[in-house]
Design a protein. Sequence first.
Length: 598
Amino acid sequence: MSNILGDDPWSSGWGDSPGQGSTFLTSSQLLNQTSLDASKNSDPVSVPESYQNLLDHFGEQLTSVNELEQSVMDPLVAAGIFTEYQKSRLIDVLYEQNMLPPAHYMVDILGLIALEVDAPGTGDYVTLKFRRYHLPELPQNVIDILVSSREPISDPLTESLAAASLDDDPVLTDHSSIQKQQDKQEPTIDTSGVRKYMEKLRGDFKPLYTSKESISIREVPEKEGLLFKHTNYAITYNMNLGMNQQSGQKKVVRRLLEYLLKKYPFRVIPGLPPKKFSGKFAFSVTLQRRRGLHRFLNQITKHPVLRAEPIVVTFLTVPTDMANWKRQAKIDYSVEFKGKKISTEFINSIWPTVGEEFLEKWKQCESSIGRLIEIWTKLVLLVERNEKRQQQIAFDNGKFVEMLNRFTGLDDALYPHDDGIVGNSNKDDMAAINDSLGTIGEFFNKTSQALVDDSFAINTSTLEKFKNYLDYLYSLQELFERSKKLSTNNIAQLEARITENEAKYARLSTDDADIKGSDLAKLRQAIIADKQEMFQQLNRDWLIKSCCMDEYIMFQETQYLVSEAWVDWCRGRTQHQAKMGSLYDQMSGIIGDMPLNS
């Protein structure tokens, strides 16, 4: 599916062919659609005679849902025709299918009511669309209640509501098939509300490495395992986890990446550092892994959704070993979207405002992320090289001290400065030179210590901030890859099968068709099931878009990690150079006293 932005990365390809596409609109189609023409998109509807009296009675008076509730729904509930649950379910259908204002959709609303009265639990959008050419008549008592009388009427059909199911309640809508002529003026979108939504997302995510709430991790000395030894880590933190978790220091040993990837595949989840399977546990390998685990856990606990996940809270708070915890815990592996419906606010307000921009920026970011990772990786290598160079210079300065001490210990053989005739002429000058060389040795000692301190600061703080940002870049790249693999669907196949079965049903529904009633009913149920599956897949498509857009918006906060890393680097260089400059100034005053001639 293509638009002015190119390919939609989540496009299902459903309804791409002009004239042959589905009447159900995907989110990408809705993005490029500002208004619908009722004369082009509405189907002719056969209005039952019983509806006409009510249409004449209400006219264009019901302009809001509140008026519809007061004039239609509440009298039916008071009369016992409906329950409060049925009423709320029908109201939900209106909101979900954007059947507003009610005055423009009275035929469909009366159809939903008639379906619900005829068979409780069938007042849903799928059934309405299926039966819009042969909608059931409204009972006379319902008409009387709505027109005049409001006396309670007992309906034994409401007793069967317990058997009704909402599992297959359609979420997204066929906007084109029953769209009525609405206000020709384009609806104004509240951009301030969208901005507040985005500000809240970014405000909940504070990824700075040096924030107050952080986790520390250390290696447990005892290694476990018979053939393959493995290292455990003790984690200490002081923060609030989840909604009701009390802050305090606790120590646990955990791994949770595999659980998060199963449940939150469309979130920015950091990766774990690699393991090294061998008989030897080199200090550098375990140190790098420990620091990688430290960054991983801090990134997880800074994410507003992941930190409230019960799996994360349990992993960080249950003080038992991994094997026992797996046996005792009931882990919910279901995907984050299970049982969720896309909000109408996102479809009607947020997506029309920022959806086009998001798709464009998402595509640009996806094409650039690899190059960004390459550049930042080289920066990390340069920082590491600088830190190694500092260590080498510190080592060389130590060698300077060692060689100077050896030289002053042996120079008497070359330049005697005793009380002899030759030595007496060298006595004062050589003593001054040796004293100055001792001072220079002290300078090298101090600069060596300053270099070691600076190298330690780079290695433990500055370099970790550079790597922390690199971890986020890799996490976003992995999100791009997962979204490509996991956002697929079979809507195109479902749409083709529905079209074929609907044509077959229309052909077999004629009086002269030779078919059993049960076979026709099975075909009807197959059509409804396919439509419900299609609605569910569309809902999932919207949820994926919403989730990825939230993650992209929150990811904008990681720009401050760039500032954090370079501010730390520059401050460290400034402090180090100031300290080194002070040492050089002290040495300059000493070497001025070294004799240059006799």
